[in-house]
Ligand binder design. Structure first.
Ligand SMILES: Cc1ncc(COP(=O)(O)O)c(C=O)c1O
Length: 381
């Protein structure tokens, strides 16, 4: 892509809503944030203490481009324990957030002008990253009536001779829905490179979520990170599991583009694996309570959510009875009642009448936000 084509890159609209909300706040307005997918849980003390130790021990120089051994070993053990799959640490690279992991995976598994399937509603950045890197995003739509499950027959029909790859995200941002095991198995049997963004793993309410690694270890890149499960958003730490035959290419990309992931964050993240199950379970329970509260509240308000979010902290709500495009509605909500939510256009053209509510913050914030939504709907809609 040459720089004149940057016009074609869309903003990350939810970031724009956040930036506007923060500006209003700095002018003294009271704003409730249900827009951003950022857990406000405290980062666990074990992690903070390890970061402090790293600082005290002057562990802040560049690391190996793959990352520190101890962290890669922990991740390897995680795949064995949770997914019953052996992943040698040589295939694991620590990245600057999972965002950099996505960029590396796209670069290493696709070529310029390749078509890459993106499942709609999708994480806003996928199509933009593909366009920036000269790849062609092909949107494949899933529907609320199907609980946002990928229809494999239709997916197969959508593959053209230029389609080489697919990006999947389960559990998903913005739906918080996981693809069921059969869907993942079927995707693994398609003749496509797979990039599986699993950043919401560990945040499922019902049962363990399957990783694509269980079905397609050879041709899939797994992207994961510490931003959501461990609330480490600003620490900029993620990782990828790389197919064996791509390890050397990714190493060269990382060396040239990022050198290595943030060193202090890497040392701190080793301790994430020592956090007690009970602590993580309590966080999960509180997300589930917030989800149940929000679904009840929305239903009572007449905003029907006809699917079941089963993980993480998002609800994608249909506002087609109230707007042509929810971007204007989101801006108006912010202006009139001080509520920030995410506009559906971020997640794909077919979802522009939807709004995403994030309950990654506290119950109080969620309750306040939903009351403001109710007030707005009664007064203005
Ligand atoms: C699906 C998905 N992938 C990747 C990211 C980026 O995460 P990170 O902070 O690890 O770069 C996000 C952040 O919201 C996300 O929702």
């Amino acid at each position: 892509m040459d720089s004149s084509n940057l016009e074609d890159i869309r903003p990350f609209y939810v970031m724009e809503i956040l930036e506007k909300a923060l500006k209003l706040q700095s002018l003294g307005r009271d704003i409730v944030h249900l827009e951003i997918g950022e857990p406000t849980e405290n980062v666990d003390n074990l992690i903070v203490d390890s970061a402090q130790n790293a600082l005290n021990n002057k562990l802040y120089r560049y690391t190996n481009s793959f990352g520190i051994e101890t962290l890669r070993e922990k991740i390897s053990q995680y795949y064995e324990k949770v997914h019953n799959t052996l992943v040698s640490k040589e295939r694991i690279m620590i990245t600057t957030g999972s965002s950099a992991g996505i960029v590396l995976a796209v670069l290493a598994s696709t070529s310029i002008n390749d078509e890459v399937i993106v499942v709609e509603p999708h994480y806003p950045c996928y199509p933009q990253i593909l366009k920036i890197l000269g790849r062609i995003p092909r949107v494949f739509t899933t529907y609320e009536k199907d609980n946002f499950q990928i229809n494999i027959d239709k997916l197969q029909d959508s593959i053209s001779q230029n389609t080489t790859s697919i990006i999947i995200n389960s559990p998903s941002n913005p739906t918080s829905v996981s693809q069921n095991q059969d869907v993942l198995k079927s995707i693994s049997r398609l003749n496509l490179n797979i990039i599986s963004d699993e950043i919401y793993h560990g945040l499922s309410f019902n049962s363990k979520t399957n990783s694509i690694i269980e079905f397609a270890s050879k041709n899939s890149f797994i992207v994961n990170g510490f931003s959501k499960l461990y609330a480490m958003t600003g620490w900029r730490l993620g990782y990828i599991v790389i197919p064996s035959d791509k390890v050397r290419s990714v190493q060269k990309l990382q060396q040239n583009m990022f050198i290595c992931a943030p060193t202090i964050s890497q040392h701190a993240a080793v301790s994430a694996y020592n956090i007690k199950n009970k602590v993580q379970k309590n966080i999960l329970k509180s997300y589930e309570q917030k989800r149940d509260f929000a679904l009840r509240f929305l239903n009572e308000m007449g905003i029907k959510v006809n699917y079941t979010p089963d993980a993480a902290f998002y609800i994608l709500c249909n506002f087609q009875d109230y707007c042509e495009s929810s971007l204007d509605l989101c801006k108006d909500l912010l202006d009139k009642v001080g509520l920030a939510v995410a506009p559906g256009i971020d997640f794909g053209e077919n979802y522009k009448k939807y709004v995403r509510i994030s309950y990654a913050g506290s119950m109080e914030e969620l309750q306040k936000g939903l009351m403001l939504l109710k007030e707005y709907m009664l007064k203005y809609k």
